[in-house]
Design a binder for this molecule. Structure first.
Ligand code: HAM
Length: 436
C-alpha cells in the first residue's frame, strides 16, 4: 500500500528548499534591521480564538478552517493565519501591562481548506510582521516599507501597492448603509453569499470573487468617503509619509480584506509575475483585535505574505539557484583508502568543512562524477599508498592544480582555508574560517 500526499499539502524537496532558505535568510536579516524580533506560536489554537478574532462571517472561519475536537471534546483549529495567534500570545505573556509596544515577525505553516491551485494550497507558509501598541501612522508606513524593501532585496519588480482606509467601527454604520443602498436593486441577482453579506456585513460583498457580482461591485461607494475626521487624518498621514519615502501606491477605495479585524489602513501588494489576481502579500491595521480576543484596547498593524507565492515569483524570474559548493570530496580506493577516508572526513567536518565521501562502494570514476556533481572545490584520492605515506594530492577542481598535502586533518583544513575562493570571499566560507 502506498500513500498519496494530502490534497493541497506539499512536500518541499531539497532543490526548492534553497529558494525558501534564501527568502527566510532575507526576512531574518531585514527584520533585524527593522528591529522586529521573531515569535513562534503554536500551530493549534482554540477554535474560538479565530472565530472571534478573524470574524464569524468570514470565509476563512465559515469554510476554510481545519477544526477538530481534542480527547476531551474541546474544539481546536489548525491556525489559518498568524495575527490572531500573535494577539493571543501577547496577552498570554501579559505584555499589555509589562511591555505594550512590541514588533515581531514570524514564519511558518498555516492551514486553509481551499480549492488548491497554483499559489493556493491547504497547507501554505506565511512570513509576516506585526507591530503592537501604537496608533502612530508611521508604524503603518514602516510595515508597508518593510514589505517593499523585502521585495526589492529579493529582486522582485513589477509590483503594485493597493491601499485603502476602511475607517473605524463608528465609520462602518454609515458606510454599510451606503453599501446597502447601492446594492438594494441588484442584490437579488448576486451570489447567495453576497445576499447573506448584504444583511450581516455588506463590506464583505466588496471582497466577493464571483463573476456575476463584479459588475455591481464596480460602482459601489468607496470607504474613504465615509471616514471620520480622525481616520481621514490618519490616512492622510500614511499617504503623506509614503509619498515622502517615494513609495508608490494606488488608492483603491473598494479594497477590503478577507478578515474582519481590520480598521483604518489596509493594503495588498500585487505582482504581475504571479499571473493571477491573488496578492503576494496583504495586511493592515487591526486596532480592535486584541480587545476582541479578551484584552484591553491595544492597536496593531502588520502584514503577511505567502512563501509559496514568493518562491513562485522568484523561480519565474530566475530558473535556478547556484547550488552550495562542498569544500572537499574524498575518494577512497580499496579497503584501506575508504576506511582512512571515512575517518578523515569525519574529523574535517568537525573542524567546520563541508566534506563528502562515497557511501555506495563505487569505482573511482563514479566517485569523481559524484565530486563533480557536488561541485566540490577540492578533491583528494586516498589509496593504500597515500595512507602509508601519510600524504596525498590535493586537487583544486576549478584550476586542476594539484599539490601534495599531509593527511593530518589540520594540514588539510589549513590548505583549504588559505586557498583563494573564486567568488571573491576571504577564506573558504566554512564555519572554521568564520567568513561565510
Ligand atoms: P491574508 O490576506 O489572508 O492575510 O493572507 C496573507 C497572504 O497569505 C496572502 O496575500 C497570500 O500571499 C498568502 N495566502 C493566503 N492564503 C493562502 C493559500 N491558501 N495558499 C497560499 N498562500 C496563501 C492574513 O493572513 C493576515 N493575517 C495578514 C496580516 C498580518 N494582517 C495584519 N497582519
Amino acid at each position: 500500500m502506498s500513500y498519496d500526499r494530502v490534497r493541497g499539502m506539499n512536500d518541499i524537496l531539497p532543490e526548492d528548499v534553497a529558494w525558501w532558505q534564501l527568502v527566510e535568510h532575507t526576512i531574518r536579516g531585514l527584520s533585524r534591521r527593522y528591529n522586529y524580533r521573531e515569535i513562534r506560536v503554536p500551530i493549534v489554537e482554540h477554535t474560538d480564538l479565530f472565530t472571534r478574532g478573524i470574524g464569524e462571517g468570514t470565509e476563512v472561519v465559515t469554510k476554510q478552517m481545519f477544526v477538530f475536537p481534542d480527547q476531551k471534546g474541546r474544539s481546536l483549529a489548525l491556525r489559518p493565519e498568524g495575527t490572531a495567534s500573535v494577539a493571543r500570545a501577547y496577552l498570554s505573556a501579559g505584555l499589555q501591562t509589562t511591555a505594550p509596544f512590541q514588533k515581531w515577525y514570524y514564519l511558518g505553516p498555516m492551514f486553509r481548506y481551499e480549492k488548491p491551485q497554483k499559489g493556493r494550497y491547504r497547507q501554505f507558509h506565511q512570513y509576516g510582521i506585526e507591530a503592537l501598541g501604537s496608533l502612530d501612522p508611521s508604524l503603518d508606513v514602516e510595515v508597508i516599507a518593510y514589505a517593499w524593501t523585502l521585495m526589492s532585496e529579493l529582486g522582485i519588480g513589477g509590483l503594485s501597492l493597493r491601499l485603502n482606509s476602511i475607517g473605524c467601527p463608528e465609520d462602518r454604520e454609515p458606510y454599510h448603509e451606503a453599501l446597502r443602498a447601492h446594492f438594494s436593486d441588484s442584490i437579488g441577482s448576486m451570489c447567495a453569499d453576497c445576499q447573506r453579506r448584504y444583511e450581516d456585513n455588506p463590506l464583505r460583498i466588496l471582497d466577493c470573487k464571483q463573476p456575476q457580482c463584479q459588475p455591481h461591485i464596480e460602482g459601489a461607494p468607496g470607504s474613504a468617503e465615509y471616514l471620520c475626521d480622525d481616520c481621514a487624518e490618519h490616512f492622510a498621514a500614511v499617504t503623506g509619509m509614503l509619498d515622502r519615502l517615494g513609495l508608490s501606491y494606488a488608492i483603491d477605495s473598494r479594497l477590503v480584506r478577507g478578515l474582519d479585524y481590520y480598521t483604518r489602513t489596509v493594503f495588498e501588494l500585487i505582482s504581475e509575475d504571479l499571473g493571477s489576481q491573488d496578492s503576494l502579500l496583504g495586511g493592515g491595521r487591526y486596532d480592535g483585535l486584541i480587545e476582541s480576543v479578551g484584552g484591553p484596547s491595544i492597536p496593531g498593524v502588520g502584514f503577511a505574505g505567502g512563501m509559496e507565492r514568493l518562491v513562485l515569483v522568484l523561480q519565474e524570474r530566475e530558473k535556478a539557484l547556484e547550488p552550495d559548493r562542498i569544500d572537499l570530496f574524498v575518494a577512497g580506493l580499496g579497503d584501506a583508502g575508504r576506511k582512512a577516508g571515512f575517518a578523515l572526513v569525519e574529523t574535517l567536518r568537525r573542524l567546520g568543512l563541508a566534506v563528502e565521501i562515497d557511501h555506495r562502494g563505487r569505482a573511482l570514476r563514479k566517485q569523481l562524477t559524484l565530486a563533480n556533481n557536488l561541485n566540490a572545490r577540492f578533491l583528494i584520492v586516498l589509496g593504500e599508498d597515500e595512507v602509508t605515506a601519510g600524504t596525498a594530492k590535493l586537487k583544486e577542481m576549478d584550476s586542476g592544480e594539484e599539490h601534495e598535502v599531509s593527511l593530518a586533518p589540520e594540514a588539510i583544513f589549513a590548505a583549504l582555508c588559505d586557498a583563494p575562493v573564486s567568488d571573491g570571499r576571504d577564506g573558504c566560507g566554512c564555519e572554521g574560517c568564520g567568513s561565510s
